[in-house]
Design a binder for this molecule. Structure first.
Ligand code: MD6
Ligand code: FE
Length: 215
């Protein structure tokens, strides 16, 4: 079978990695052609940048945001802000193709009526990793997070509720969507160092975006 990168591939059934963690393989593939131009517009207004942890370390993964609220980190802590600190302007609006995808993916994983107001966009180069962390800057932990992977494949580590809990490795490919929430919402997770490679559409990088209800 020949696979055309720019046409819809059938998205397979959800794979349940936890009670309320679902991997939706290829769920975003038929929207990639719309997602990428929207992403390009966002990055023109709010470029990818390195943020600083409250402890003063540079975060290797470069980030930007769109939506009413954007996740930021600096000496004062991790938080959501309606304003891009680089430009002093509001973050670019959440494109409908992002929010529609998020709502459809959340629905497919059993979370009805998910309306995101924040989208954190991560850009990884080979070698970049994301150490184990919990996502706890959002106000309402009953709302799920929808995470979309594009470009180079990555290995996601899904841990438990304690940092020391054992982790399972989950391969994330271009077009995959991960949805999690409910009892699994505060599990530790991270990304192993990105392997070198070149993706036919995005080149030597991985883009991940996570849609949330932050406010
Ligand atoms: C990433 N993702 O996939 C990093 N957080 O590059 C996350 O940190 C993440 O994928 C919360 C929920 C889903 C995620
Ligand atoms: Fe996270």
């Amino acid at each position: 079978m020949q696979i055309d990168l720019f046409t819809a591939a059938p998205a397979s059934a959800p794979q349940w990695l936890g009670q309320q963690v679902a991997l939706l393989p290829g769920f975003a593939l038929d929207r990639v052609e719309l997602l990428l131009p929207a992403l390009r517009q966002i990055v023109l207004a709010a470029p990818f940048r390195n943020m600083i942890t409250p402890g003063g370390r540079t975060i290797a993964v470069r980030v930007t945001n769109c939506g009413e609220l954007g996740w930021i980190s600096d000496q004062r802590g991790y938080r959501y802000s309606p304003v891009d600190p680089l430009s002093g302007q509001p973050w670019p609006a959440l494109p409908p193709v992002f929010s529609d995808l998020a709502q459809a993916a959340a629905q497919a994983a059993g979370f009805a009526d998910f309306i995101p107001d924040a989208c954190l966009i991560n850009s990884y180069l080979p070698g970049n990793r994301l150490t184990l962390h919990q996502d706890r800057n959002e106000r309402d932990f009953s709302q799920p997070i929808v995470s979309v992977s594009l470009g180079l494949p990555a290995t996601f580590l899904l841990g438990g509720h304690e940092r020391a809990d054992r982790t399972q490795k989950v391969g994330l490919q271009h077009g995959d969507v991960l949805v999690w929430g409910g009892e699994d919402r505060l599990r530790f997770h991270g990304i192993l160092p990105l392997k070198d490679g070149s993706h036919p559409v995005l080149g030597a990088r991985r883009i991940n975006f996570t849609l949330r209800k932050a406010g």
